[in-house]
Design a protein around this ligand. Structure first.
Ligand code: GRF
Length: 193
């Protein structure tokens, strides 16, 4: 049998997408195996959840490094020490520089809570409500040097309903993300195997 692709998941916070990826792997017949969860913040709640799945965790705190590149060298070393082949950003709140991106090009993906190219950047749900769109959702894409500009892999759509608040819409999108991200990772890693 072909070996699953060794992946790292990068988080900064609660890690609900990370949990959905680990659950998909646990369910079996999944072409990716998470070998380490890396957080840039020592208090990321997702670290505890990763440990409950029996996955190795690491903290590479950006505050411990004088420059972005020094931080990214530390991230890169962490990945190398685990023989990581593919990196999944899941709520990782640091912008990566071309140094890191060029080393992981084609092997670095992100999930963004909007239907790109609409609403790149932050506060996507509030902006979607303000724009009055009838459809919103999430996008899994390769990471390139731009902000949320990389090639799109998959999108998940949700309706925007009358009376939606930012919180209601965010919850609807997040639920869609939890199906979308495992599906996208499966698609990409099956091709890399
Ligand atoms: C998600 O909405 C994701 O689209 C965005 O950051 C959020 C992370 O949530 N990139 P979680 O930490 O996975 O719960």
């Amino acid at each position: 049998m072909t070996q699953p692709i060794k992946t790292a998941i990068f988080i900064s916070g609660r890690g609900s997408n990370m949990v959905s990826l680990l659950e998909a792997e646990r369910a079996g017949n999944f072409p990716a195996h998470c070998v380490v969860v890396v957080a840039n913040t020592p208090d990321a709640a997702g670290l505890q959840k990763a440990a409950e799945f029996g996955v190795a965790t690491a903290v590479v705190n950006h505050k411990d490094y004088p420059t972005r590149e020094a931080f990214e060298h530390a991230l890169h070393s962490e990945l190398q020490s685990h023989n990581v082949e593919f990196v999944v950003l899941a709520g990782f709140m640091r912008v990566l520089t071309p140094w890191f991106i060029s080393r992981w090009r084609g092997k670095l993906i992100n999930i963004h809570p909007a239907l790109l190219p609409a609403f790149p950047g932050l506060n996507t749900h509030a902006r979607a409500l303000e724009a009055g769109v009838s459809e919103h959702g999430a996008t899994v894409h390769f990471v390139d040097e731009g902000v949320d500009t990389g090639a799109i892999i998959l999108q998940g759509r949700v309706p925007v309903l009358k009376g939606d608040t930012e919180a209601i819409l965010a919850a609807r999108v997040l639920a869609a993300e939890h199906t979308l991200y495992p599906e996208a990772l499966k698609l990409i890693c099956a091709q890399l195997q």
